[in-house]
Design a binder for this molecule. Structure first.
Ligand code: ADP
Length: 260
């Protein structure tokens, strides 16, 4: 009898180990599928602008527009736009890879929020003007200091501001505010643009995903900006969120713990 009990216990342990191995195999397989899907999406995203650059250069190389400088310039413009898109994509991809693997290095400093917001708005001015948008800023009554990496925070604010501008209608205002309360600080970027449909959260924060309609696609962008912004804000002990009403506008908010 003792022998049978020992045998049964060993048999049971063997079965448990087999189950654990099966679960491990499923985990590895799922991770592999996510990775290979990601590679296929990335390849597609990289190939699109590259195909357009190749096509444009091919046309110019054959001399098809040698006698039509205006058309040739137009085609060169398309190639240039796509090469800018390609490098934006590659930069975003490298950032995302560093963020997700925990290899992004941060250099935290005590930062006056109003200072950095003003800097970002200044840098965005020419871009906003091309869209006919003005940006208003309310810094709040008192200075608000947070612990942040200046360059990374710049990146997050640039993303929110450029989205607010891109998705507004000509002549509209984008409003930026700083608020503080109960140990936290918020920067709000409010636009009165096209808005985001309900239940789009996954698309808004997803990789390469845009809340799709030709209108939005035509604004370009990599679909990685907000995903990166989320990772960066989480490293600051904060987050990114939004509220929106379709056709009325969107307010994106980042929040921070306040420096004691
Ligand atoms: P992209 O580089 O495409 O702008 P993001 O990750 O920054 O990528 O944004 C993802 C998508 O979320 C955008 O393509 C757009 O569909 C939607 N979105 C972001 N900000 C706004 C906004 N202020 N108004 C309307 N839609 C927005």
């Amino acid at each position: 009898i003792e022998c049978s009990i020992i045998f049964l216990r060993l048999y049971r342990r063997g079965l448990d180990q087999l189950d654990e191995l099966r679960r491990e195999r499923d985990r590895v397989q799922a991770a592999y599928e996510v990775k290979s899907q990601f590679v296929s999406v990335v390849s597609h995203e990289l190939r699109t602008p590259l195909t357009s650059i190749n096509g444009a250069l091919g046309l110019l190389r054959t001399g098809a527009y040698d006698n039509d400088p205006a058309k040739a310039r137009n085609i060169l413009e398309i190639a240039h736009k796509n090469s800018i898109r390609l490098s934006a994509l590659i930069n975003d991809l490298l950032d995302l890879q560093k963020l997700e693997s925990g290899q992004m290095s941060y250099s935290f400093d005590e930062i006056d929020l109003a200072d950095i917001v003003e800097e970002c708005i200044g840098a965005m001015e020419t871009f906003a003007q091309t869209y006919g948008i003005s940006i208003d800023f309310s810094p709040g009554a008192q200075p608000v200091f947070v612990r942040a990496d200046r360059d990374r925070l710049h990146q997050v604010l640039d993303n929110l501001l450029s989205n607010a501008v891109k998705f507004s209608k000509r002549g509209e205002k984008v409003e930026v505010r700083i608020r503080r309360s109960a140990g936290r600080a918020w920067v709000e970027v409010q636009d009165h643009g096209i808005g985001i449909p309900p239940n789009s959260r996954e698309k808004v924060f997803g990789k390469f995903t845009q809340v799709d309609s030709s209108d939005r696609r035509s604004h370009g962008g990599t679909g990685l900006g907000l995903c990166i912004a989320q990772e960066i804000m989480s490293a600051h002990g904060g987050s990114v969120d939004y509220t929106s009403a379709l056709g009325e506008g969107t307010t994106f908010v980042i929040d921070f713990p306040l420096k004691d």
